[in-house]
Design a protein around this ligand. Structure first.
Ligand code: S3P
Length: 460
């Protein structure tokens, strides 16, 4: 069954799917968004590194995560889909990865490939990794550099890009590594490499990035501690634990929730409830920002589930939002949400200033360039520099629209422009909606159920 899901996903991904969004609204009803992408990847990987059966409920069945499931099978785990969202992983244990007999293709998923490279780099095996055109452009030296310190050898293309072969360390040595860019993926790759390394691996990050790896490693029984000191967050992991299989319920993804929430805020008359959203402070920066802009966004039924703060989000049309200066120190907690924030900013009054965001230039696409180009084509004024951009709002329901935008193999760019079209005077189209399946395979049907007017356009 899992293979079927994968094949469907692959076939939907192979062909470009031009789409168009028309002025919509009001958007009403409940939006049940899929499971968290970050936690889904980690559930599969940590399940594979445990001895015994990990069960996972609410796994995101997007292309990115399915590619990680496939990779875990290639390294020797038994990964089974039992029903929609219900999976199990029979793990091989820390140190138990076997050498894959084919190239590991992670598709569009940099999270998948970076975490898996970390996990395998301290096993005495070799593996070759590749991905799609977007993934094979992305910087991987930020992963191969620290993995070399453990004793792994890495051979990538120029600029440290994929495809890349890793010869895992035979006798890994623990490292103390200060992450040079704010990146949960780099932090996680180093921690996962530290699992099969004797002694203590230490990772220091100046700014807190999403902490799912630390929380989940603790949950799986690893000895891991976090200290806050002058250098930032210092995380210490004791290597070679026997990880205990877990029963995991994946929370719903705040980064996916961002799309129906923002669509409701900018679409006349809307009132949408997005239930069960994780509000881990390392992920919830967008919602804080929206409230500062004057969004009618309420947290209902606030509670703690599985150690994480959770709430139902209620978003209503907010015609009087104002641009703000987003604090740069908040960037890590909303790094995937800047594209959709820029769409809200276009529908607010005044300037929204976003600084300290150079990481946006090396995501699935150069997200500043992709959004700035498409917003300008739709009549919005945007200025940008190496690590900043400013969107000058047109006010509520006042974006001219009417242009076609390139999604650059980037799911979040594709979804952001479709939502722009729902609130603009004229329809907004995208050249390719197929990447949406990487993180939010039900986006189209879910948005349509709220009242969004989305269509597949014939034009290529
Ligand atoms: C992720 C970390 C972030 C984020 C990505 C998912 C993760 O990337 O952009 O979508 O699951 O660890 P960086 O850690 O590179 O900032």
């Amino acid at each position: 069954a899992a293979e079927n899901v994968r094949n469907q996903a692959m076939s939907s991904h192979a062909v470009a799917r031009p789409m168009i969004a028309y002025k919509s609204g009001p958007l009403t009803g409940e939006a049940h968004v899929p499971g968290d992408k970050s936690i889904s990847h980690r559930s599969l990987i940590l399940g594979a590194l445990s001895v015994g059966t990990t069960t996972i409920k609410g796994l995101l069945e997007g292309d990115d995560v399915l590619d990680t499931a496939k990779a875990m099978r290639a390294f020797g785990a038994i990964v089974t889909q039992h029903a929609a969202g219900n999976w199990s992983v029979d793990g091989v244990g820390v140190g138990g990865f076997c050498e894959p007999d084919t190239v590991i293709d992670c598709g569009n998923s940099v999270t998948g490939v970076r975490l898996i490279m970390g996990a395998m780099a301290t096993h005495p095996i070799r593996a070759t990794f590749t991905g799609d055109a977007s993934l094979n452009k992305r910087p991987m030296a930020r992963i191969s550099d620290p993995l070399a310190l453990f004793g792994a050898q890495t051979y990538g293309r120029s600029g440290g890009r994929l495809p890349m072969t890793i010869i895992g360390a035979e006798t890994p040595t623990p490292v103390r590594y200060e992450v040079p860019v704010p990146s949960a993926q780099v932090k996680s790759a180093v921690l996962l490499a530290g699992l099969n390394t004797p002694g203590k691996t230490v990772v220091i990050e100046q700014e807190a990035t999403r902490d799912h790896t630390e929380r989940m490693l603790r949950g799986f029984g690893a000895e891991i501690s976090v200290q806050i000191n002058d250098a930032g967050r210092e995380i210490t992991l004791t290597g070679q634990p026997e990880l205990q299989p877990q029963d995991i319920t994946v929370p719903r993804d705040p980064s996916s929730a961002a799309f129906p929430v923002c669509a409701a805020l900018i679409t006349e008359g809307s009132d949408v409830l997005v239930p069960n959203i994780g509000l881990n402070p390392t992920r919830s920066g967008l919602f804080t920002t929206l409230r500062e802009m004057g969004a009618d966004l309420e947290y209902e039924n606030e509670r703690v589930e599985g150690g994480e703060p959770v709430a139902d989000l209620r978003a209503r049309f907010s015609p009087n939002m104002r641009g703000i200066e987003v604090p740069p120190e908040r960037a890590a907690s909303m790094i995937d949400e800047y594209p959709i924030l820029s769409v809200v900013a276009a529908n607010a009054q005044g300037d929204t200033v976003m600084r300290g965001v150079k990481e946006l230039r090396v995501k699935e696409s150069d997200r500043i360039d992709a959004m700035a180009t498409g917003l300008r084509a739709n009549g919005v004024t945007v200025e940008d520099g190496p690590d900043w951009w400013i969107v000058s709002g047109c006010g509520a329901q006042a974006v001219p629209g009417g242009a076609k935008c390139a999604s650059h193999l980037d799911h979040r760019i594709a979804m952001s422009f479709l939502i722009l079209g729902m609130a603009s005077k004229n329809p907004v189209s995208i050249d390719d909606g197929s990447p949406i399946a990487t993180s939010f395979p039900i986006f189209e049907s879910l948005m349509a159920s709220l009242g969004a007017r989305l269509e597949h356009s014939q034009e290529r």
